[in-house]
Design a protein around this ligand. Structure first.
Ligand SMILES: NC(=O)c1ccc[n+]([C@@H]2O[C@H](COP(=O)([O-])OP(=O)(O)OC[C@H]3O[C@@H](n4cnc5c(N)ncnc54)[C@H](O)[C@@H]3O)[C@@H](O)[C@H]2O)c1
Ligand SMILES: [Zn+2]
Length: 398
């Protein structure tokens, strides 16, 4: 069906092109993905063409490979067991884990060259296994090689399973700016394995939980209550509590992206960025010494207190929310919150202006009017931000 408007003036005829492309991808939750008896991966690869032998190439986070020395052999054994459907074209390629892979485009080019060398076409698969940083870089590679090849994400940190892995963005840093180069490109599939989470260091297990508190606070009071009721188990990383927390958090992110009306972030609202404007600034001020989730927990505390000072949220809810975050293992203070620039302005407030620029001019910040209810505002009062920081400081001193 042709769906075009035609507009004409004295000088110009304009045809308006218009089409919509539906996106769909499965997000699976399993345990021991590379156990030969586990069919999740092979079924995923066969989702579109059941009887084909599928060419796959794997980029593997070297930090994960270190924590799981047997993983490469497990992957090879899995591919061999399912050789009727899987053609693993080479041993998994180790790539630098963590922010390192995103700081130099050289790694992106290197991965693209690997796809080229192994003739990975638009019906083959580039599979990335690792933390959010490796998924972001590999996602960019897959989105741009041949203008887009099938990309399967296997996230292996709490944050990448409950948040970034189910998103539709990828990217790497450039010119000192985080995620400056990237695309919106939904993956072919996302496969989460809880066993990977159990190998993580404590700090990363805790950090990712900030995103669950965040999304519960803005969207789902019931989930927030569940987090409170299960905070003892979460604080000791009980597998079944972690598993539910990750799945529910991922589900809420998926709902926002799929049904929120703006999956590719064309407008200025970023509800999922509650607590993030200051977090991004804190991450860069501390030269990424603070993990993303650690900075987000501090950002949530700041915006929660601000919501109370602004009269949006009931007094006392700020303490309640801070208590949960602390019980989960977060520290809600960092000295850089008090950093001032040469004009004596709080640097974190400068971050607010940078956030406005990132959004494209109009500032939209999500605050809270209740637990489970986010509200948008378009300006922030610098003085109240300073007071919120002061409150946080006094709180950690007492
Ligand atoms: N695309 C998006 O929508 C989006 C959203 C949020 C965050 N992100 C990005 O995600 C990145 C952060 O991701 P992250 O928190 O997953 O951390 P990360 O990718 O930086 O990984 C942290 C460390 O854990 C190691 N690792 C990974 N899995 C492991 C495992 N199972 N056991 C032991 N070690 C393991 C890595 O090698 C790395 O050293 C940032 O670059 C951030 O910008 C992207
Ligand atoms: Zn985040």
């Amino acid at each position: 069906m042709i769906n075009q408007d035609v507009r004409s003036t004295n000088t110009t005829t304009t045809l308006m092109q218009r089409f919509a492309v539906p996106f769909e991808f499965p997000v699976s939750f399993t345990e021991n993905l590379f156990d030969p008896e586990n069919l999740t991966l092979v079924d995923t690869l066969c989702r579109k063409e059941a009887d084909k032998k599928h060419k796959i190439i794997i980029f593997l986070d070297d930090g994960l490979a270190q924590a799981r020395p047997d993983l490469i052999e497990e992957i090879k054994a899995y591919a061999k067991h399912h050789q009727q459907h899987i053609d693993l074209v080479a041993e998994p390629f180790l790539v630098p884990g963590g922010e390192k892979i995103k700081t130099d485009l050289h790694f992106v080019e290197q991965m693209q060259k690997t796809l080229y060398d192994y003739h990975i076409d638009r019906h083959s698969y580039a599979i990335a296994i690792g933390g959010g940083a490796v998924l972001d870089a590999a996602g960019l590679v897959a989105a741009t090689a041949h203008r887009g090849i099938r990309h399967v994400r296997i996230p292996t940190t709490v944050l990448s399973q409950n948040d970034s892995g189910v998103g539709v963005k990828n990217g790497t840093n450039l010119y000192g700016t985080k995620n400056y180069v990237g695309t919106f490109a939904p993956p072919f599939a996302v496969l989460n394995d809880i066993a990977f989470i159990m190998d993580l260091g404590e700090r990363d297990k805790i950090a990712g939980m900030a995103e669950a508190v965040k999304v519960a606070l803005i969207r789902d009071r019931e989930f927030y209550n569940w987090l409170e009721q299960n905070s003892d188990d979460l604080a000791t990383f009980d597998k079944s509590a972690m598993s539910y927390m990750i799945q529910r958090c991922a589900e809420l992110h998926m709902k926002q992206i799929g049904q929120g009306g703006d999956p590719f972030e064309v407008g200025s609202a970023r509800p999922l960025d509650f607590g993030h404007w200051s977090a991004h600034k804190l991450e860069s001020m501390t030269r990424y010494h603070l993990r993303h989730g650690e900075a987000v927990a501090i950002g949530i505390a700041l915006d929660t207190r601000y919501s109370v000072l602004k009269g949006l949220l009931k007094p006392g809810e700020d303490d309640r929310i801070c208590f949960l975050l602390e019980h989960l293992g977060f520290k809600l203070w960092h000295p850089s919150l008090e950093n001032r620039n040469s004009e004596n302005a709080l640097e974190v407030i400068v971050g607010l202006h940078e956030f406005r620029e990132h959004l494209g001019g109009e500032l939209t910040i999500t605050l809270l009017s209740d637990v489970g209810v986010g509200v948008e505002v378009h300006e922030m009062d610098d003085e109240l931000v300073a007071q919120s920081i002061n409150w946080m400081k006094l709180r950690q001193e007492s």
